[in-house]
Design a protein around this ligand. Structure first.
Ligand code: GLC
Length: 709
């Protein structure tokens, strides 16, 4: 439909029809012949009205959605098609590694490929919109939703978010196999106090703009079509009814012109926050703030019409929201093709297809992080290997948001090891309990793999932890095995960095496998046996203990920085009982073999506005197998009008090196990279001295200094 006709359509719609476009219901409202009961009763909807709502949450499947779309467009006075939206976060039928793992690939191009594959599968199932990327910065792994984030760094999260938007949307969301993408949760949901889900946030303006908004801004710049509001507050205002956030920042400052959708019942929850009196007040505030769609609350449904009829809200406010929804439907081509790509035939061809299984495996090759290796890895098929821990046979490897995944086909670590290494002498004890048989076998083994951590039922939305240390039974299991055989390889599964004091120091190898997706355990097995060289780098610091949280490499020096000496240094900023630095920092990860960096060289040590500096190093693979190396660029502003982090990631270049190969890696440094929010919140750079590092991780000391004039 020509865009100009959308205005004509809008002008011909009744108030009720317009409000219906701003209501999103889940599947429980459809297919129920009887009057709604239970929690849905609060919606008190007249018979037949659900079929006229503008969008549906969570329904999927080509046949199901074709039938539903036919009923909904028929029920619509203007036959406006419905939007079908769902959480295709990191895969649909084929689950890819969870986003915290994807971030650890340090490879935005991989995230784009994964998102494009997810879009193909979901579009064939009749979906139009995905609630992804989740771009919330995370510094506190007590929060269960770290799993959905790409990590602790603003720059990396921004690259990942824009890559995922490109992957889902392509160049035109109307094209086959593409979805409209919704970045979430706007904003700073990852900053919930104490890592407790749905809690408030307390952020300075500088931290909000400099750290938390960067990734959403990148997604908007990449053309994301929807933004979802967050459950939390910012500056004591619920995000969903914050005009400053949704109009001043999102629309005026970031230039977002798409659809804003609330999170699930978030408009209604402003009553619980204590800033809305009732559903009517919540509806008014959310509309005034610029929240277009009310997901699963009765506020808009029951009150927007009256608010307009009574002149409390101008109809223009309703019209602008409805027009954005109609524009999205039109840009998806739904007026001409209401079912878009829904196709049972394509579902058969695409869902869990060989290519996507292979991509799920390939992705995990790059997301798995080798954190420690005292020579025990890689294993060999001639060894006697015992595998202990329930997670070695747990199919919960796809993540709690992989709600559509075909989990009956998830490959577990045991399945992968037995299939790929049939000649290996493997024995499995798929329990976290200690047994005499296990210990007897372990004592005779050349190596014992312990599969520890959390499965997908223990990490995700609402799954906050007060302690991120492993459960006692897993710690006891490790100690008992280690007592009879010190040659242990500890594999950590989970959706967040977990603390492993008492294990990290003793185990001879430590691998962060995250939740690797449908076929990711194949990659894990290949890394354990050395067929694949691990290249993952931590997207989020792995702390010594809960007490270090929240933690990030991009910390501030303070007025009393702790000297480099080990142990507690009184009257400086440090703890008496643990180091300030995490067990393993952001950007850290090992590979097999050796990758040698030359000292970083600058083509000039003076940067002028409009000019650039080229920072170069050579990397050489001194190992005997191919190596993927995520070369990282960090910069520090040594003096400014406000405090600045001790270093910040400003570039990544992931290269592949054949054995013995040397490559030159060059980063271009330009003045905009050095900008920050000054004391008056102006986004500026300031002349002065800077240090640049180019290296393997956020600890690298491979540095050089330059001056910005
Ligand atoms: C959930 C989540 C959000 C998700 C939405 C729809 O509560 O917070 O990430 O997209 O509801 O399922």
């Amino acid at each position: 439909m020509e865009d100009r006709k959308l205005r004509e359509l809008l002008d011909d719609m009744t108030l009720e029809e317009k409000v219906d476009q701003l209501v999103q219901l889940n599947g429980s409202f459809f297919g129920k012949a009887d009057v709604l009961t239970g929690p849905d009763a609060k919606f008190h909807m007249k018979e037949g009205r659900p079929l006229r709502t503008g969008s549906v949450l969570g329904e999927h499947g080509a046949a199901r959605l074709k039938a539903l779309q036919e009923k909904m467009t028929a029920a619509q006075p203007h036959h406006i098609p419905a939007l079908f939206m769902a959480d295709v976060i990191h895969g649909y039928k084929t689950a890819f590694p969870v986003p915290i793992a994807l971030g650890s690939s340090f490879n935005p191009a991989l995230a784009e490929r994964v998102s494009a594959a997810a879009a193909r599968e979901a579009a064939a199932a009749g979906l139009h919109v995905t609630f992804s990327p989740m771009a919330d910065l995370v510094h506190d792994s007590r929060w269960g939703r770290c799993m959905e984030s790409t990590g602790e760094d603003p720059w990396l999260n921004a690259r990942m978010a824009e890559a995922m938007v490109r992957g889902f949307q392509g160049d035109d969301i109307a094209l086959k196999g593409r979805l409209a993408s919704c970045v979430k949760h706007f904003a700073a949901y990852g900053a919930v106090q104490a890592g407790r889900d749905y809690n408030v946030t307390e952020l300075s303006e500088h931290t909000l703009f400099e750290d938390y908004l960067v990734s959403y801004r990148a997604a908007v710049k990449a053309g994301v079509r929807l933004v979802m509001t967050a459950f939390n507050t910012i500056d004591r205002r619920p995000c969903t009814t914050s005009r400053r956030l949704l109009r001043d920042i999102l629309r005026d400052d970031m230039g977002f012109e798409g659809v804003v959708i609330s999170d699930y019942s978030a408009i209604e929850e402003t009553i619980s926050h204590g800033t809305s009196l009732d559903h009517r007040d919540a509806a008014r505030q959310a509309m005034e703030a610029g929240c277009d769609i009310d997901m699963m609350s009765p506020c808009y449904l029951h009150h927007v019409e009256d608010l307009i009829r009574e002149g409390v809200l101008p109809e223009s406010l309703l019209d602008e929201a409805v027009l954005r929804v109609l524009q999205l439907k039109n840009d998806l081509g739904l007026f001409e093709n209401p079912c878009k790509d829904a196709s049972e035939e394509d579902e058969q061809a695409l869902h869990f297809c060989e290519a996507h299984q292979a991509l799920s495996r390939e992705a995990a090759e790059e997301t798995t992080v080798l954190l420690k290796n005292e020579g025990i890895l890689p294993l060999s098929e001639g060894q006697k290997i015992v595998v202990a821990g329930s997670l070695a046979e747990d199919p919960g490897m796809t993540g709690s948001w992989a709600v559509f995944a075909d989990t009956s086909r998830t490959v577990t670590l045991r399945m992968a090891l037995e299939e790929l290494y049939p000649d290996a002498d493997l024995s499995f004890f798929a329990s976290d309990d200690i047994s005499d048989v296990l210990l007897a076998e372990a004592a005779k083994a050349d190596a014992v793999i312990l599969a520890l951590g959390e499965n997908q039922k223990k990490t995700g939305e609402s799954m906050s932890l007060s302690m991120i240390e492993l459960p006692d039974n897993q710690k006891r299991l490790f100690d008992a095995v280690h007592a009879v055989n010190p040659h242990t390889v500890t594999v950590l599964f989970g959706g967040r960095p977990l603390a492993v004091p008492g294990i990290a120091e003793k185990t001879e190898a430590l691998v962060e496998a995250w939740l690797p997706g449908s076929c990711g355990c194949y990659a894990l097995a290949d890394i354990l046996f050395g067929r694949v060289n691990p290249s993952g780098r931590l997207s989020m610091s792995l702390p010594w203990c809960t007490g270090q949280l929240p933690i990030s490499y991009a910390a501030f020096q303070t007025g009393r920085p702790k000297p480099a000496a080990n142990g507690f240094v009184p009257f400086t900023s440090n703890y008496m009982d643990v180091p300030n630095t995490p067990l393993y920092p952001f950007g850290y990860g090992l590979s097999y073999g050796r990758c040698v960096y030359s000292p970083v060289e600058l083509d000039t040590d003076t940067l002028t506005k409009g000019g650039s500096i080229r920072a170069s190093i050579t990397v050489t693979n001194e190992g005997s197998i191919p190596l993927r190396e995520a070369v990282q660029l960090y910069i520090r502003d040594l003096h400014a009008s406000v405090v600045r982090p001790v270093r910040q990631l400003k570039g990544v270049n992931k290269v592949t090196l054949a054995p013995g190969e040397t490559q030159v890696v060059t980063f271009v440094i330009e003045e905009p990279m050095l900008r920050f929010y000054d004391a008056d919140m102006h986004f500026v750079s300031e002349p002065g001295r800077f240090t640049v590092w180019v290296g393997h991780d956020s600890l690298t000391d491979n540095s050089a200094d330059f001056t910005l004039e």
